[in-house]
Design a protein around this ligand. Structure first.
Ligand code: FAD
Length: 613
């Protein structure tokens, strides 16, 4: 059995660089709705959350992986240490860090909340999911619930006395949520009788909280088919009396829990609602048939959170592999490879190991920057909502555009970086003695749940790129063009900026193709190329943001001399950005070329030709 040992690592200097030197979070602090937050407060929170991650949630990560959750007498038991960690998480108020202060949260910028999620998720993804879903569910009730519903549920959810879930998936309705069969029939007292089976429900049952508030999509009798006929219901595990005390169990049965390849300490449940015809739910708020639009608030938040999970796993996998590469000695240096008497060197001295390390470094920094840029747009939109509605709308447009890009790219990269970390270790990486294998197993689900990455790609090409006549996409391309123009002859980064220029020009051609196929009704080509379009958009964004960070780092370097503590840090940032630009951005043009070929092989191959077995 695993010992309670922390294996989580994070680079707080890097996070502070992104927050304050690149995204300039300080420009928003002290302004409504962040008037309670100054730079000092933000800088104080980071090490506190890091301490929680390394002292509380981190040490139970491997234990949780090995013990998993267990279904005992119809109730889920979480692994050793999770209850105590949950208590401390809620005492510290980390769940409500960026929840609106008017609803009892701490009202911090989303960008800080996102960093806190990274630190906690990186230390223990399974643990972080219980809190993340609870807050997402509470925010749904805050936004759409009645005053009474807010009063009964939200404070207890923010305090961790109640957990929360999102219940969309059914055995036959996964990506196609509109196929949902769960039904709702109105009772005389205004509640609804809920009946149906939901599967794969994260945190669907557990012993961390006294009650669990399920946010359930169901179809009211007679409502139209498809997503438009869905309504959103608050279905508590235990009924809550008007005075807030707990009443009877509400006929929500945990039929089973899934046994998974990763995030084993997160309970993934099959829930039967109304097995005994005694399950009641409230309509969330007062409007029927608005369920999918309302649930989208939680889904959009969850998509960002899942992207953050990818960043978190990748970051710690990389930092652990880096530490190992400095210690493990193997072979002689490449310069002395023919000399049998040459001393053994740490593997970090081998060119291919350095390539893997720099590849991981640039991807980790790139996806973090992508995610925090996205949440920074959210924060800027909040600050400007009243004073400058046009600018606020610009920031919201960027949030919409970047959400599917971040969810998909950060989760694909999260898994790939964890796999590269294993490769860096060699055989040791395959062992449970090191954390990379758990990161890799845990990270695989990120590209599947919250809408598979292909569903994200369809959202990008089918909706987000066309939104408002393409304005957010055009704004985005304009920003990148201005950056290229300003820095084209940069003394250190010009070769990278040139790659960005080529990638930017190539990516622009994709829109013509998408429009052409749209007009011709060639939806199969849109679907066949969507993942590639998303990936090249992500690479363009990450390449741009890394180079932007590198221009700042380069400026700082001119003020420092070699021995000073930050010198190596800024040098590292320039190297990571150039590496990404020179090794990844050239792939954008080839992706555009592949897309333009309009290859239909995958749809043309007869089904029986895939294999003759
Ligand atoms: C550990 C875990 C936790 C989860 N937590 C939750 C939760 O808390 N709440 C919840 O409601 N759900 C949850 N889910 C469910 C998750 O969101 C779904 O698994 C996911 O949306 C995919 O649905 P599916 O598994 O039915 O796959 P399917 O929809 O059957 O998809 C299978 C494959 O077909 C592709 N595909 C499907 N439709 C299309 C299409 N129209 N065009 C092209 N390709 C398509 C998909 O991309 C995928 O590759 C969880 C799942 C897991 C495994």
């Amino acid at each position: 059995m695993a010992q309670a040992v922390n294996r989580y690592k994070a680079d707080l200097r890097e996070i502070e660089f992104v927050l304050f030197e690149q995204l300039k979070l300080q420009e928003l602090l002290g302004k409504p709705p962040f008037e309670q937050w100054g730079e000092e407060e933000v800088r104080m929170v980071l090490p506190e959350v890091y301490r929680f991650a390394t002292e509380v949630s981190g040490p139970i990560n491997q234990i949780g992986d090995q013990e998993g959750c267990k279904l005992v007498d119809g109730h889920v038991k979480t692994p050793t240490g999770f209850k105590e960690a949950w208590k401390r998480f809620n005492e510290a108020g980390w769940g409500g860090l960026s929840v609106d202060a008017a609803h009892g949260g701490q009202g911090a910028p989303r960008t800080l909340g996102s960093v806190a999620n990274e630190l906690i998720s990186g230390s223990n993804t399974s643990f972080q999911m219980y809190g993340g879903l609870t807050i997402g569910a509470a925010e749904l009730i805050m936004s759409f619930g009645t005053d009474e519903q807010r009063h009964l549920y939200v404070p207890k959810m923010l305090e961790g006395q109640f957990g929360g879930t999102m219940c969309l998936t059914e055995p036959h309705a996964g990506s196609d949520v509109g196929d949902c069969n769960t039904s709702a029939v109105k009772n005389a007292d205004g509640t609804y009788r809920i009946k149906g089976t939901k599967i794969f429900i994260s945190g669907g049952d557990h012993d961390l909280a006294d009650n669990i508030v399920h946010m359930v999509l169901a179809r009211i009798e007679g409502a139209p088919k498809g997503t438009k006929g869905l309504s959103l219901f608050i279905v508590p595990k235990r009924w809550v009396k008007p005075d807030g005390t707990l009443g009877d169990f509400n006929d929500v049965i945990t039929a089973s829990i899934e046994h998974k390849m990763g995030i084993c300490a997160s309970s993934t449940c099959v829930l039967n609602f109304g097995e005994n015809d005694a399950c009641r739910g409230y309509l969330c708020g007062t409007l029927e048939h608005q369920g999918i639009a309302q649930m989208f608030q939680m889904m959009n938040g969850a998509r960002i959170l899942v992207g953050v999970q990818g960043v978190a796993a990748a970051s710690s996998a990389y930092l652990n592999a880096l530490e190992y590469a400095k210690e493990r000695k193997q072979g002689s240096s490449i310069a002395a490879m023919k000399d049998p008497n040459a001393p053994r060197v740490p593997i970090i001295q081998h060119p291919d190991v350095r390539r893997m390390l720099l590849d991981m470094k640039s991807r980790v920094e790139g996806i973090r920057l992508l995610g925090l840029t996205l949440t920074s747009h959210l924060d800027r939109a909040s600050v400007l909502a009243k004073s400058d509605p046009d600018r606020a709308a610009y920031h919201r447009g960027q949030v919409d555009l970047l959400t599917p890009i971040f969810k998909s790219y950060a989760t694909d990269q999260g898994f790939q970086v964890a796999a590269t970390a294993i490769q860096t270790y060699g055989g040791a990486g395959f062992l449970k003695d090191h954390p990379a294998e758990q990161y890799c197993r845990d990270a695989k689900i990120f590209s599947i749940y919250e809408g598979t990455n292909h569903i994200q790609a369809l959202d990008l090409v089918g909706r987000k790129l066309r939104q408002q006549g393409g304005k957010p996409a055009l704004d985005f391309f304009g920003e990148v063009a201005r950056f290229i123009e300003t820095h084209a002859s940069h003394p250190r980064l010009a070769s990278g900026i040139e790659e960005l220029r080529k990638a930017h020009a190539a990516a622009g051609q994709v829109f013509g193709k998408l429009m052409e196929w749209g007009k011709a009704g060639a939806v199969d080509l849109t679907s066949l190329t969507a993942n590639r379009v998303l990936e090249l958009m992500a690479e363009l964004t990450v390449g741009w943001l890394l180079l932007e960070g590198a221009t700042i780092a380069h400026e700082r370097l001119s003020e420092l001399s070699e021995g000073q503590p930050d010198y190596a840090f800024y040098v590292g940032k320039c190297h990571a950005a150039l590496f990404y630009a020179l090794n990844t951005l050239p792939g954008v043009s080839s992706k555009v070329e592949i897309i333009a070929r309009a290859d239909r092989s995958a749809v043309e191959i007869p089904e029986e030709a895939f294999a003759t077995v």
